[in-house]
Ligand binder design. Structure first.
Ligand code: FUL
Length: 484
């Protein structure tokens, strides 16, 4: 059981008072008064470079493999004999290539799940691959996966379960802290730069961990890693759990959480397995494989709502990603590419005009590049005068364009600010303009996708209706999903 979603969406707690909060002016002297905090606005929270770099990856995978794979289990009790861990055809490159085909930019390896079995030869326990028949007890699976990732250009991260059902010291908090911290040190020092470190909250209710110490270890050896943790579980993380494992983020998605009265920049990661409800591989469970339309919908409800998507993949008891899973990942990667790799605005010189209130009042394009909105890159963006809290952008087309997906992006380097937006399309004929609202939403964040009924339009207007700070729009595009 994880913490309840309502605990993880603190911005909702501010729903009524948010605007008022944004407008609060910090009073001089308050900061120096003990017990009185400065008022902060969401717009004051800025990302760290590693958070931005991670957000740009958009999609990752999370790999579960271990004794559970050989026992038809999700949660091992830590009693399985290491001798059952014996994949005879294990090929980490095959996993990595499958992840890549699915569009992943990073891979998080579960180095130790709740059963306590370590997939690397830890010096601090006998419960690991070194006492299994796999590679005659000389293997290091974390290393094999890490090297396969580096070879094929995926960023690498690890998951180390705090809850440990095998380790005898678990019942003694201080001794277990030593144990966990030593394991963390091994993982943070042996496998090169880690993009993310996952601390899962499951099973840990009631246990007190010395997180300050763990964080110190992670920051010391892996200063650029993003720490994932449940919001209520760890106050100094970089990435927050989205609050469910069903593959969706909320439409209103601020990259901010409130801990102890202070707002912090923390984007959401939505973890969901490729096979419904299964993080580990189970025999005869192919029917659980999510369909391509389900996967596309998941993409649009996670990445398309400004969150990160991390897909759970599970190699089978041979040590290979099953063929059907590989095929689905390939279809998914191809499907995303087929739709979102084919932008329609600007294609074949089809723009006859780009104008708008933002543009008239002296918009800055950073860097100066006519494709700043249409190129899909997060760092090229337009910024109207910093005091503007609204703008519109009109795009006229030489020929009508048919589309059913709208994609917006916000440059987040100085924080997230867009709070309300809408899109209108001119669906009239040559002689008669007929403007219709086709999409409406609140936040944009790294990426916002609207899936709409197909429209054929001669022009488009994007209206930023409200923002809590300077507007920095980095993307506006449309696509045709061709009924996929
Ligand atoms: C959950 C765990 O209990 C599952 O087994 C899995 O590891 C998932 C990613 O997180 O909390």
């Amino acid at each position: 059981m994880k913490l309840q979603p309502e605990m993880l969406k603190p911005h909702h707690r501010f729903a009524i008072s948010r605007r008022a909060l944004m407008r609060m002016v910090p009073l001089a002297g308050l900061a120096a008064t003990p017990g009185l905090a400065m008022a902060q606005s969401f717009a004051d929270t800025k990302p760290k470079p590693q958070q931005l770099a991670w957000q740009a990856l958009e999609l990752g995978v999370l790999i579960h493999f271990g004794p559970n794979t050989f026992q038809d289990r999700e949660w091992g009790d830590g009693k399985a004999d290491p001798s059952i861990f014996n994949p005879t055809q294990l090929d980490a490159e095959q996993w990595v290539l499958a992840a890549k085909a699915g569009g992943a930019g990073y891979l998080v390896m579960v180095a130790k799940h709740h059963d306590g079995f370590c997939l690397w030869p830890s010096r601090h326990t006998e419960y690991s691959v070194k006492n299994s028949p796999w590679r005659d007890g000389k293997g290091d699976l974390v290393k094999e996966v890490e090297q396969a990732c580096r070879k094929h250009g995926l960023r690498f991260g690890i998951y180390l379960s705090p809850w440990d059902r095998h380790e005898p010291s678990y019942s003694d908090n201080a001794r277990y802290d030593d144990y966990y911290n030593k394991q963390l040190t091994e993982l943070c020092t042996r496998y090169g730069e880690l993009v993310e470190i996952w601390l899962d909250g499951a099973g840990s209710e009631g246990h007190v961990y010395d997180f300050d110490r763990y964080v110190k270890t992670m920051r010391t050896y892996q200063p650029n890693a993003n720490i994932f943790a449940d919001t209520g579980f760890l106050q100094y993380g970089d990435v927050r759990w989205v609050g469910n494992e069903d593959g969706y983020a909320h439409e209103d998605n601020w990259n901010v959480v409130d801990r102890l009265g202070y707002l912090r920049y923390r984007p959401a990661e939505a973890d969901t397995p490729l096979r419904q409800g299964h993080w580990f591989w189970h025999p005869h469970a192919e029917q659980r494989l999510k369909t391509l339309p389900q996967m596309m919908e998941t993409y649009e409800k996670t990445v398309g709502r400004g969150a990160q998507l991390v897909l759970g993949l599970a190699p089978d008891d041979r040590g290979l990603m099953p063929d059907v899973d590989v095929a689905r990942l390939q279809e998914f990667g191809d499907g995303v590419q087929a739709v979102y790799g084919d932008p329609l605005l600007g294609r074949g010189n089809n723009l006859s005009g780009v104008s708008g209130t933002g543009l008239q009042s002296g918009v800055q394009v950073i860097p100066p590049n006519r494709d700043f909105l249409l190129d899909g890159r997060p760092h090229t963006h337009m910024a109207p005068p910093p005091t503007d809290r609204g703008m519109d952008l009109v795009i006229q087309l030489r020929e009508p364009v048919r589309f059913d997906r709208i994609q917006l992006m916000e440059w987040l380097g100085d924080g997230q600010t867009i709070a309300a937006h809408s899109v209108r399309a001119n669906v009239g004929s040559d002689s008669q303009a007929q403007w219709r609202e086709i999409a409406r939403g609140t936040t944009i964040g790294h990426k916002r996708i609207h899936a709409i009924e197909p429209v054929t339009a001669r022009g488009l207007v994007l209206i930023i209706e409200d923002a809590i700070g300077p507007i920095r729009l980095s993307g506006f595009q449309v696509f045709d999903s061709k009924g996929r």
